[in-house]
Design a protein around this ligand. Structure first.
Ligand code: C5P
Length: 310
């Protein structure tokens, strides 16, 4: 057994995501909704360092409120490690160190990125060497967004969001993200959408259990033209996120006033993603939002999925 084959520690980086398009259909019996979404991985990353250990432990840094991220089995990265051990018959444990940059409960899939990174890191650390398809299956069991964090890039997600197909995206898109100190709960936002639809009667008769991403969204990604993409971005969860956090509307207006092409709630929120025409205009929008006291980050996409750093 050589040290190279079984390193003592493995460092994996996985990206956060934006849902460029998110259509939500009816609710399946298991509580999950039919989705048609386009994910784009952006240059805001979670770092997971997996180190040999006899038992399963986890530590977290990079968050203001240490209590906001559980370090037990409620943590998706911990569940990912234990699921991989169970699936492969690995006897032993791991210490997972999570260095977080993606906002917690921000609608950018930070917990899913942690889980994807933990799967890849433990698979290398333990030498279990699962084929990609098996890793994808475990990822999908952990959560609807986890397979995308493994793959990265730009992809269409259907089913519960876990059935992925790569989408052709030319060039680079520049985004400004405005984060909030307090997160939103994804299940609560989906529940609010259901309530809102029941109250307003929309989709009441026949909520679709299979959806497609509109062609103009895919064409805009293929063209690499941010103006076309800005015109076709959409999120069904936005109305529910705005009901839960009305102040988000002011943030969207502020970004548009500063020159962003379009602003959208990312996933279930509360992060707002602004698409900008050029890197320079994104710098300008970021500066304007910061001057107004907002937490604004300039990122770009698409970027790669979970990758070994060391
Ligand atoms: O799969 P994940 O754990 O990320 O999902 C969190 C919650 O979001 C689910 O428990 C469910 O309430 C909601 N969800 C949904 N339909 C989906 C994906 C997520 O209702 N397709």
């Amino acid at each position: 057994m050589s040290l190279a084959a079984f390193p003592e520690s493995v460092h994996v980086r996985a990206p956060g995501k934006i849902n460029v398009y998110l259509g939500v259909g009816g609710r399946h019996d298991d509580g999950y909704h039919a989705l048609a979404t386009v994910f784009q991985a952006v240059s805001l990353y979670e770092d997971v360092i997996a180190t040999e250990s006899d038992d399963f432990t986890l530590s977290v840094s990079g968050v203001d409120d240490a209590d906001s991220v559980p370090v037990d089995d409620r943590n998706l990265a911990m569940r990912a490690a234990k699921m991989l051990a169970a699936a492969t018959g690995f006897v032993g444990g791991v210490h997972l160190e999570l260095r977080k940059s993606v906002p917690v409960a921000g609608g950018m899939g930070g917990g899913s990125a942690d889980a994807a990174a933990a799967l890849v890191a433990c698979d290398v650390l333990w030498g279990t060497a699962l084929p990609p398809q098996r890793l994808h299956e475990l990822a999908a069991r952990l959560g609807a967004d986890v397979p995308f964090a493994l793959h990265g890039g730009t992809a269409v997600g259907t089913g519960r969001g876990d059935q992925l197909n790569p989408a052709l995206a030319r060039g680079r898109f520049d985004w400004v993200l405005v984060t909030s100190d307090e997160g939103l709960s994804t299940p609560e936002i989906y529940a609010r959408l259901d309530e809102h639809r029941a109250e307003t009667g929309s989709l009441a008769d026949d909520p679709p259990l299979s959806l497609d991403v509109p062609i103009p969204v895919l064409q805009a990604l293929r063209s690499g033209d941010p103006r076309s993409l800005a015109a076709s971005m959409f999120n069904d969860l936005e109305a529910a996120a705005l009901l839960a956090r009305p102040a988000l509307d002011e943030i969207i207006k502020a970004g548009l006033d500063a020159g962003a092409l379009s602003g959208i709630v990312s996933g279930s929120g509360p992060t707002i993603a602004f698409l900008c025409e050029t890197p320079a205009s994104a710098e300008y929008v970021q500066a304007a939002l910061r001057d107004a006291g907002r937490q604004a980050l300039h990122v770009h996409g698409p970027v790669a999925g979970a990758r070994i750093i060391a």
